[in-house]
Design a protein around this ligand. Structure first.
Ligand code: PHE
Length: 448
């Protein structure tokens, strides 16, 4: 449940719909589903297996096997920092919308402008971001992640229920079917390097892979748990929520005549608009939706913060409070830069502001490369029999597809990730990102 809590978050409900919208709809969705099934599931199983075998969090798991591999774990920690350099900004938006939703739903004409004005305001979103980050700090400093996971157990099904409600409402609107066909009828001519890289990045981001999070959770699993089943359930739940979020957004958007490539504001504009259509109860469900979204974001962000904190505690000997305060302090600074960059304030690199840079670096570079490194590590550095023993619980459970999984991890995934990264650079997704990718590779070399 904790792993599912980490996986299901803003990635599914905020990011998946707008990435699909910006990358051609059905073409993106089909490539994404393919990557989730073949690469995502395999990498998750690998993370669980490595974590449980070594009984250590990300950095330690690499380090005990071979000190030269420490950099792969450290890269994951770096990814955690950078994701936490923008994730709390969006978490803050969700938090703010708990308060703002009723007013917007009562006044639907203002929804679009309000969102744009809110996120580009220099002060307001910062306050909400800090509030969101503080919730993380309190949870992780007290080591009470169990509490937030308990809240998640109630609120996740609730979120799922509200998404179904939104989807049903949206599908009943005239013209809604165009949204379904946008999402599920792939136009294969739209598949190019940019779309493929976006889909791969989305798969890693949404499943919380490539940065050691699932290695850490794997290390908590007891020896009786079935890793294959766990990986399959988490993958299926995460993907189910993403698709449902897509079904909740697109039919309504098409019915309202909105632009599918609307970008990061999509969920914050579409959801209140749908609830405004619902009349009396709309405001109540709107608030409930943003409460559930905030909790889903929290169960993800605490897992990110925990990876960074665990690193400082385990490897640098810091005490928990100090580790939480120093990491979240750095994250707060990154988040201020990210939030201000939306209003056009602050430094830019290749024409991109801090928000976009942190997002691109992690989602399109670090996570996929982290996943690739883990596969190389498992396939070429770890012992095959040891992996088999771990995944089959010392031979107690059957895994007919072991050879297939092993070959995917050892050969297919590393080569695929490299090719996708390369073709992404080639098609120069949104200009300037190629150099960012190269910068990522240079940093990795340096850490090595
Ligand atoms: N999977 C989370 C989400 O979809 C984000 C995340 C990425 C969490 C990487 C942990 C590690 O919102």
């Amino acid at each position: 449940m904790a792993a599912a809590g980490s996986a299901v978050g803003l990635g599914n409900i905020w990011r998946f719909p707008y990435s699909a919208g910006q990358n051609g709809g059905g073409a993106f969705v089909i490539v994404y589903l393919f990557f989730v099934a073949v690469i995502g599931f395999s990498v998750m199983l690998t993370e669980f297996a490595v974590g449980r075998r070594k009984s250590l969090a990300a950095v330690g798991a690499f380090k005990t096997v071979d000190r030269r591999w420490t950099f792969a774990g450290v890269l994951g920690v770096l990814s955690g920092f950078l994701i936490m350099g923008f994730y709390p900004v969006v978490g803050g938006w969700a938090l703010a919308y708990i308060v703002k939703a009723p007013g917007l739903i009562a006044n639907p004409a203002t929804i679009g402008d309000t969102f744009g004005a809110f996120i580009s305001n220099p002060v307001q979103p910062l306050i909400w971001m800090v509030a969101f980050l503080l919730l993380n700090v309190v949870i992780v400093a007290r080591g009470v992640s169990a509490g937030i996971e308990a809240a998640g157990k109630v609120l996740m099904p609730l979120l799922f229920g509200i998404l179904i409600l939104i989807a049903v409402r949206g599908l009943m609107l005239p013209g809604a079917m165009a949204g379904m066909s946008f999402l599920f009828t792939p136009d294969f001519s739209k598949i190019n390097g940019t779309v493929v890289l976006a889909a791969l990045g989305q798969a890693f981001f949404s499943l919380s892979l490539g940065m050691g999070c699932m290695i850490t959770y794997g290390s908590y699993l007891n020896k009786e748990e079935n890793l294959i089943e766990n990986a399959a359930i988490v993958t299926a739940m995460d993907t189910g929520v993403a698709l449902l979020a897509g079904i909740a957004m697109f039919p309504a958007m098409f019915a309202f005549g909105m632009e599918p490539a609307a970008g990061p504001g999509l969920v914050f504009v579409v959801v209140p608009t749908i609830f405004a259509e619902m009349g009396g109860m709309g405001s109540f469900f709107g608030v409930l939706f943003f409460v559930a979204l905030t909790v889903a974001a929290l169960t993800s962000s605490v897992s990110l913060l925990e990876v960074c904190v665990a690193y400082l505690i385990d490897e640098k000997g810091m005490d928990r409070k100090m580790a939480v305060l120093s990491t979240s302090g750095v994250m707060a600074v990154l988040c201020v830069l990210a939030s201000l960059s939306i209003g056009g304030v602050g430094p830019t690199l290749f024409d991109k502001g801090a928000f976009d840079i942190f997002d691109l670096l992690t989602d399109k570079v670090f996570l996929a490369i982290g996943g690739m490194l883990l596969c190389i590590f498992a396939g070429w550095r770890l012992n095959k029999d040891e992996l088999k023993a771990e995944i089959t619980n010392e031979g107690k459970i059957a895994f007919g597809m072991f050879e297939l999984w092993y070959n995917l991890v050892k050969y297919v995934i590393p080569v695929t990730v490299a090719l996708v990264a390369f073709s992404g650079i080639q098609s120069g997704f949104e200009g300037g990102s190629g150099p960012i990718m190269i910068l990522g590779i240079v940093i990795i070399e340096y850490l090595d």
